[in-house]
Ligand binder design. Structure first.
Ligand code: SER
Length: 328
C-alpha cells in the first residue's frame, strides 16, 4: 500500500450522530458531512427531521437509550466516532425529572460502555453551564470550583462529566466534552432550554416587532453563536489526544449579555422593536447559573478562540432569518 493511502486510512472516520435533528445536531451533521463526506456521517434521531436534511446522507431512526439498535447501526456502518447530542434541556427537564435523568444518563452510559467494549473509538458528549449552581462564582467562573447544580439537567450533566472522566481514567476511553453556554442559531430552534429566549427574540423581532421575555431584563448569561459552537466541537474532536487535559468537560465561552443588552443591539436594526418582561420558573434556573465563564483552559490546551460578538451575531441572525423567510 502507498504511504499516502495509509495516511488516509488512519484519518478516515465514520461518524454516528445521535440527536441529529436537534438544534446543534442539525448544523453539526451538515459541517461534519462537509469534512468527512455525506456517506461517512450517519445522522440519527428518534424522529425524522426536515426532509432535505435527512436525505442529504444516511439517516437512521434511533432512540438514544436503545443499546441494541445503537450497536446494530455501529456495526452496519463500521462507526468509529459517536456524537451523543440527544438530551432533555433544563426547562423541560424540570417538568419531567425522572425522564430527563433516564434519557441524559442512560444514553451516555450506553455509549461509554460501547467504547469500553471497543465497538467505537472516540465519543463527543456535550455538557453545559448548568453544571454550576448558586454557590459557584458567577463572574469568571473557573474550570474547577464549587459545583452545586439545582436543576435535574445540571445534575445529569455534572454526573455525566464524572462518568466520562471515570471511563477515561479506568478504561482509556477517548471521550471529549465541552460545557456549552446558551447556543444561538437560526436554522433549527432550540427546545426546552432556559437560554432559548435569545433565539426566540430574533424571530419575534422580525415577525411581530415585539417580544415578551421569560427572563428579567438584567439576567446575564453566557451565550455563543452556533458557528463558534460547531467550530469548538470539531476542534476538540480533531485535537491531539495528549492536548486534551480535561476529561470531565471544558469551560467554553464567547459572549455574555442580558435581555436588555440584546434588545438594544436588535433596535439598531429594527428601531421599533419592543420588549416586555414576564419572568417565569426559568428565572430561578437562570439565577443559579454563571454570568461569565472563564474558558482559559480550552484556549490554552487546544487553542480555542471565538469569532462572534453580540454585534456580529445579531447582524448574522437577522440577515439569515430574513432571507430564510423570503425563500419559504
Ligand atoms: N441552553 C441550555 C439550557 O438552557 C443550557 O445548556 O438548558
Amino acid at each position: 500500500m502507498q504511504q499516502s493511502e495509509n495516511i488516509y486510512l488512519q484519518m478516515a472516520e465514520t461518524i454516528l450522530i445521535l440527536g441529529a435533528c436537534g438544534q446543534i445536531g442539525t448544523e453539526l451533521t451538515q459541517s461534519l458531512r462537509l469534512i468527512h463526506g455525506n456517506e461517512n456521517v450517519i445522522a440519527s434521531d428518534i424522529r425524522y427531521g426536515e426532509d432535505s436534511f435527512v436525505k442529504e446522507g444516511p439517516f437512521e431512526i434511533i432512540d438514544a437509550t436503545d443499546r441494541d439498535t445503537i450497536l446494530a447501526v455501529i456495526k452496519k456502518y463500521e462507526i468509529t466516532q459517536v456524537y451523543l447530542m440527544a438530551a432533555m434541556l433544563s426547562a423541560t427537564a424540570e417538568k419531567y425529572p425522572q425522564k430527563a435523568w433516564e434519557l441524559n444518563m442512560n444514553s451516555l452510559l450506553i455509549i461509554l460502555e460501547l467504547a469500553r467494549e471497543k465497538h467505537i473509538q472516540t465519543i463527543y458528549w456535550p455538557s453545559s453551564i448548568a453544571v454550576f449552581g448558586p454557590a459557584s462564582p458567577k463572574i469568571n467562573t473557573p474550570q474547577d470550583t464549587i459545583m452545586n447544580p439545582t436543576t435535574v439537567y445540571g445534575m445529569s450533566k455534572l454526573a455525566g462529566e464524572h462518568w466520562c472522566n471515570y471511563y477515561h481514567e479506568k478504561f482509556g476511553v477517548d471521550v471529549r466534552s465541552l460545557r456549552y453556554p446558551g447556543i444561538i442559531s437560526w436554522k433549527t430552534k432550540p427546545g426546552g432550554g432556559t437560554t432559548d429566549y435569545a433565539v426566540d427574540i430574533y424571530f419575534k423581532a422580525i415577525e411581530d416587532g415585539k417580544y415578551e421575555c421569560f427572563l428579567g431584563k438584567d439576567t446575564q448569561l453566557p451565550m455563543m453563536y452556533m458557528k463558534d459552537a460547531i467550530d469548538a466541537t470539531i476542534q476538540i474532536m480533531e485535537a491531539n489526544p495528549s492536548d486534551i487535559k480535561v476529561r470531565t468537560s471544558y469551560n467554553l465561552a464567547a459572549i455574555s449579555f442580558t435581555p436588555e443588552q440584546i434588545t438594544s443591539e436588535i433596535k439598531k436594526h429594527i428601531s421599533e422593536f419592543e420588549i416586555t418582561y414576564a419572568p417565569d420558573f426559568r428565572q430561578d434556573i437562570a439565577n443559579s447559573w454563571p454570568q461569565i465563564i472563564d474558558d482559559s483552559k480550552a484556549r490554552t490546551d487546544w487553542n480555542w478562540s471565538h469569532e462572534f460578538d453580540l454585534e456580529s451575531m445579531t447582524k448574522e441572525m437577522l440577515k439569515n432569518i430574513q432571507s430564510s423567510m423570503m425563500s419559504m
